[in-house]
Each structure stands twice: as structure tokens, then as C-alpha cells.
Design a protein around this ligand. Structure first.
Ligand SMILES: [Zn+2]
Length: 235
């Protein structure tokens, strides 16, 4: 086998060291309720995110948006709208690097700067983290949970929408693989993903599934209802 083949990996993939879902790493939940969590990564996007927000509002659906810190700074009004319309915002790093290749201090900076950007715009910090490309080692996940109380939220349904297979393929993949307790990964920066959402959302609803945020699906209070005390660090 060539070295290229040996080292090849999907661009976006679950870490290969997942044994079980634990407090620091969540891919899906086991629940008696017919709930699913839709998650949208890499925004805010200036046109696709507002279009998705319109679709969600029409249907009374809450979702979770894993925002990139530098895009929050670029599009603060869209980030604010996401929060104001009842959705949850999570941390997706500041510049979207492969974090598993970076030093601990750089990783911490990527995450802290993003938390701060989201706090500045929405008045509350994110309470969960999703690593770009899923590239985050077990020790990184455990460390982040210990030092920042941020669980790493991965996914159980991946339609590979970033490959732009077309809206109907994205919808069909999600509809085929999503069930009670699923966490669905997709990206609101791609027009085709947004085009897939009416069929996806209405199809899941028709099967009796209800949409909740990540905090809700893991049994935490709704992100919007949390209160925060700003911690001032000394020294
Ligand atoms: Zn991403």
C-alpha cells in the first residue's frame, strides 16, 4: 500500500479514537423522546444563513449553529439574529484549522477568541464545541472539557453536503440515516444544503421527529435561558 493511501482520510470525519460517547465527547444521544438536533457549521454566511433562518422560523424549528469566530466578527448582525430567533450558537474555532496538528496554546487561543466573539455579539458564551473537520484528539477533548467545561459535539449523521452532491441527495441522505437521538451535521455556507432543508425538515417532521438544540438534546437548559456571570481573571 502506498503512503498516500495509508494516510488518506476523509476531509471531514469522526476521530478514530472514539470508544463511547462520554461527557467530553458526544456523537448522538440515547433518548426515549422523538427528538433530533440539526447542526449547521461554518457560518454565518451573508446570504445562505439568513435564508435558512427564514425556513426555520416558518416552521418553528430550533437548530444549533457552530460558528467560526472570525465570521462572527465579520457578520455580527447575522450571529445576533441566530441567537435572537431562539437558536443555539456553538464554538467552531476562530480560523477553522486542523486543531489536532496545533500546539495546546494555539488551540486554546482558537477556542477562547471564538467564545469571546460570540459573547460580545450575543451576550452569552457558547457552551459546546465542535472541532473543524472533526479533527480533535481524545486528550484534546478531555482537556477542553476539564479546562473550559466545553463538551465536544460531533455527529451521528453526515450527508457530506460539503461535497455539494445536490440538494436532493443531501435531503435523502439525512432522511435515510436520521432517527431519534441523532445529531445531524451540515453546513449553512452551501446553497445546496439550504435548498435541501425544506424537504429534509418537513420529511423528518412527517415521521414524528421534533427538533431540539444541542443543549436540549443532551439534557441541559436551553442556551437562551442560561444566565452567565463574567469571570474576571486576575494576574
Ligand atoms: Zn467546519
Amino acid at each position: 500500500m502506498s503512503g498516500t493511501q495509508a494516510s488518506a482520510r476523509a476531509l471531514i470525519a469522526l476521530p478514530d479514537d472514539i470508544i463511547n460517547t462520554d461527557a467530553a465527547t458526544i456523537t448522538a444521544v440515547s433518548t426515549p423522546s422523538p427528538v433530533v438536533a440539526m447542526t449547521f457549521d461554518d457560518g454565518p454566511h451573508p446570504t445562505n444563513t439568513p435564508r435558512l433562518l427564514d425556513m426555520l422560523r416558518e416552521r418553528g424549528i430550533r437548530a444549533t449553529f457552530y460558528l467560526i469566530g472570525n465570521r462572527v466578527v465579520q457578520y455580527p448582525e447575522i450571529a445576533r439574529r441566530i441567537a435572537e430567533e431562539g437558536h443555539e450558537i456553538g464554538n467552531h474555532s476562530y480560523t477553522h484549522p486542523f486543531l489536532d496538528r496545533l500546539s495546546a496554546s494555539t488551540v486554546t487561543s482558537e477556542i477562547d477568541r471564538t467564545t469571546d466573539a460570540i459573547f460580545q455579539v450575543t451576550g452569552r458564551p457558547p457552551v459546546t464545541f465542535r472541532p473543524p473537520y472533526g479533527a480533535f484528539t481524545r486528550s484534546q477533548r478531555t482537556g477542553l472539557h476539564a479546562t473550559r467545561a466545553l463538551p465536544t459535539i460531533l455527529w451521528s449523521v453526515d450527508p457530506q453536503d460539503w461535497r455539494r452532491p445536490g440538494a436532493s441527495v443531501v435531503a435523502n441522505r439525512i432522511l435515510q440515516h436520521t432517527h431519534q437521538g441523532s445529531i445531524v451535521l451540515s453546513h449553512d455556507i452551501h446553497r445546496g444544503t439550504i435548498d435541501a432543508m425544506p424537504q429534509t425538515l418537513d420529511g423528518l417532521t412527517a415521521r414524528g421527529l421534533q427538533f431540539v438544540t444541542i443543549s436540549q438534546i443532551i439534557g441541559w437548559p436551553l442556551w437562551q435561558s442560561r444566565t452567565f456571570r463574567r469571570v474576571v481573571q486576575t494576574g
